[in-house]
Design a protein around this ligand. Structure first.
Ligand SMILES: Cc1ncc(COP(=O)(O)O)c(C=O)c1O
Length: 458
C-alpha cells in the first residue's frame, strides 16, 4: 500500500471551539496582535509550537501510573537514565524540567564575558541563556541555510570553514563549547548530515573544544539522514541516533519535542567535573539529581516517548504530514523554506507580503492574518523574534529572514485538519494585498516576541 496512515488509533478526543472571523478580529486586537497572548481556547488549529503539545500514547499514560515519586533514587529515574544512556552513550544524565533549564545550567558554568559559543543556529532560548552570561552566541550555518529557496539535503549543516575562521579569530581558549542544533529549528527545521556532525566534532576536538548537541529533534534528524545520506538507508533511526551522539561530549535536550512528552528534558555529558558542577547547580535551581524539576511520572512518559519517537512507522507518518501540507500550499504559489523541515512548514513572509517592508514585520503581519482568516495560530520567526532595539539609540536591527512557522504537534491533528489548514493559508494568500504591516508598541529587553505588543501600521 502506498498511503501512509497515522500509525495509531485515537482513544481520547478534545473538542475544538469554532470562532467566526469577526470574533477573531476582536480577539486579535485584544491580544495586541501577538498570538502568544491569545487564549488557546480561541484557537482552532494551534501550530504555535510542536513543543510540549504531543499526544501521548497509552503506553506513556500507563507508565505514568506506575511512576515512583520518591524524592531520591526513585525507580523512574533509573528507567529514564537507562533509555537516555542507551541512545546517547553519554555518562552523566541530568534531568531538567525542560530544555532551557539544561541550557541555563550549562552556560552558567561555561559562559561569561569574552566567551564565544558557535553553532549552526542557536535556538532563541539557547542564545538568550548564552547572552545572559555576557558570552556571544555565534551562528555559522552554511549559506544555503540562510536562503529559503536554496535546495540542499542538509540545510542545517554548519560551515566548517566559518568555524575554523571563528576559532582562529577568537582563540580556542575562548570557546568553552561548540554546538549543533539537530534539526536546526531557527533555520527552518533543517537537518544536519552525519558527515557534518562528524566534521564539526573533529574540528572542535582538534582545537581541544568540547562538542555538545542541542538534540531536541534528534529522531527527526536521524530520519532525514536515513532518507537522504548515502550509506544510511538500511540503518534504523535508533542506530543512526546512536551514531549521531557518539561524536559529541554532551547534549542539551528538550523532551517536549522528540521526547513525545508535555514537559521534561535533560543535560548530559561525559566530563565528570562538569557533571558535578551541573548537579550542584541543578540542586540549586531544579531539584535533586534523580528528578531534576520533573515529577517521576514525567520521567516515565519521557522514557517511553523517546523510544516511540524513534519508531520507523511513526517517523514515516510524521514526515508525510509535513510534506503533504507543504506541497498543498506550494502548488498554489506560496513560498516556503525548501525543502520543508522535520517538524514544521516555514512560510517565507517577505515573499508572501512583498508590499510590507522589513521594518513593518511581515512575519508578524502574516501570523495575525492566518489567525484572522481561519483561527490558525503560528509563530513569527524573524525580526520580531531575533531583531533588537538598541536601548540607548532606539535603533532597530532586523533578521536575515522573516518566516512564519507552522509547527505540527506530534500525533494531534489528522489529514482533514491539514486540508483545512492549507485552505486557510491559500485563502489568506488570495487576500494578501489587503494585509498591513505591524509596528511594536511595547517590548521586553530579552526574548521580546513572547510578550511584545503590536499594532497595524495605518
Ligand atoms: C532547538 C531548540 N532548542 C532548545 C529549545 C528549548 O526547549 P524548552 O522549550 O523545552 O525549554 C527549543 C524549544 O523549542 C528548541 O526548539
Amino acid at each position: 500500500m502506498k498511503a501512509i496512515i497515522e500509525p495509531f488509533k485515537i482513544k481520547m478526543v478534545e473538542p475544538i471551539r469554532f470562532t467566526t472571523q469577526e470574533e477573531r478580529t476582536e480577539l486579535l486586537r485584544a491580544a495586541h496582535y501577538n498570538p502568544f497572548l491569545l487564549n488557546a481556547a480561541d484557537v482552532m488549529i494551534d501550530l504555535l509550537t510542536d513543543s510540549g503539545t504531543s499526544a501521548m500514547s497509552a503506553a506513556q499514560w500507563g507508565a505514568m501510573m506506575v511512576a515512583d515519586e520518591s524524592y531520591a533514587g526513585g525507580r523512574s529515574f533509573f528507567r529514564f537514565e537507562d533509555v537516555v544512556r542507551r541512545i546517547t552513550g553519554l555518562k552523566h544524565i541530568i534531568p531538567t524540567h525542560q530544555g532551557r533549564a539544561a541550557e541555563r545550567i550549562l552556560f552558567a558554568i561555561l559562559g561569561g564575558a569574552g566567551k564565544v559559543v558557535p553553532s549552526n543556529n542557536h535556538f532563541d532560548t539557547t542564545r538568550a541563556n548564552i547572552e545572559f552570561t555576557h558570552a556571544d552566541a555565534l551562528d555559522l550555518v552554511i549559506d544555503e541555510g540562510r536562503d529559503p529557496a536554496a535546495i540542499h539535503p542538509f540545510k542545517g549543516n554548519l560551515d566548517i570553514g566559518k568555524l575554523e575562521e571563528a576559532i582562529g579569530r577568537v582563540g580556542a581558549e575562548n570557546i568553552p563549547v561548540g554546538m549543533l542544533t539537530v534539526t536546526n529549528n531557527t533555520g527552518g527545521g533543517q537537518p544536519v548530515s552525519m558527515e557534518n556532525i562528524r566534521a564539526v566534532s573533529e574540528t572542535l576536538h582538534r582545537h581541544g573544544i568540547p562538542f555538545f548537541l542541542d538534540a531536541c529533534r534528534f529522531a527527526e534528524n536521524a530520519w532525514f539522514i536515513q532518507k537522504r545520506e548515502p550509506g544510511y538507508a538500511d540503518r534504523t533511526p535508533h542506530e543512526i541516533a546512536e551514531e549521531m551522539f557518539s561524536y559529541c561530549d554532551g547534549a542539551t535536550f528538550s523532551g517536549k519535542k522528540d521526547g513525545l512528552s508535555n514537559i521534561g528534558g535533560f543535560l548530559a555529558m561525559n566530563d565528570d567535573a562538569l557533571a558535578e558542577q551541573s548537579r550542584n547547580m541543578l540542586i540549586l535551581t531544579e531539584g535533586f539529581p534523580t528528578y531534576g524539576g520533573m515529577a517521576a511520572r514525567d520521567l516515565e512518559a519521557l522514557a517511553v516517548g523517546i523510544e516511540e519517537a524513534l519508531e520507523q512507522r511513526y517517523l514515516d507518518y510524521r514526515h508525510a504530514v509535513v510534506e503533504y501540507f507543504a506541497r498543498k500550499i506550494t502548488a498554489a504559489g506560496v513560498r516556503i523554506v525548501e525543502p520543508p523541515g522535520g517538524h514544521a512548514v516555514y512560510i517565507d513572509a517577505r515573499a508572501f507580503l512583498p508590499h510590507v517592508p522589513i521594518e513593518e514585520y511581515p512575519g508578524q503581519a502574516l501570523v495575525c492574518a492566518l489567525y484572522e482568516t481561519g483561527g490558525v495560530r503560528g509563530v513569527e520567526i524573524g525580526s520580531a523574534m531575533f531583531g533588537k532595539r538598541d536601548p540607548e539609540s532606539g535603533a532597530e536591527s532586523y533578521s536575515a529572514m522573516d518566516l512564519v512557522r507552522l509547527a505540527i504537534p506530534r500525533r494531534v491533528y489528522t489529514q482533514s485538519h491539514v486540508d483545512y489548514l492549507a485552505e486557510v493559508v491559500l485563502e489568506t494568500f488570495a487576500r494578501r494585498h489587503s494585509i498591513r504591516g505591524m509596528r511594536i508598541t511595547r517590548q521586553a529587553p530579552l526574548l521580546r516576541h513572547f510578550t511584545a505588543q503590536f499594532e497595524p501600521v495605518p
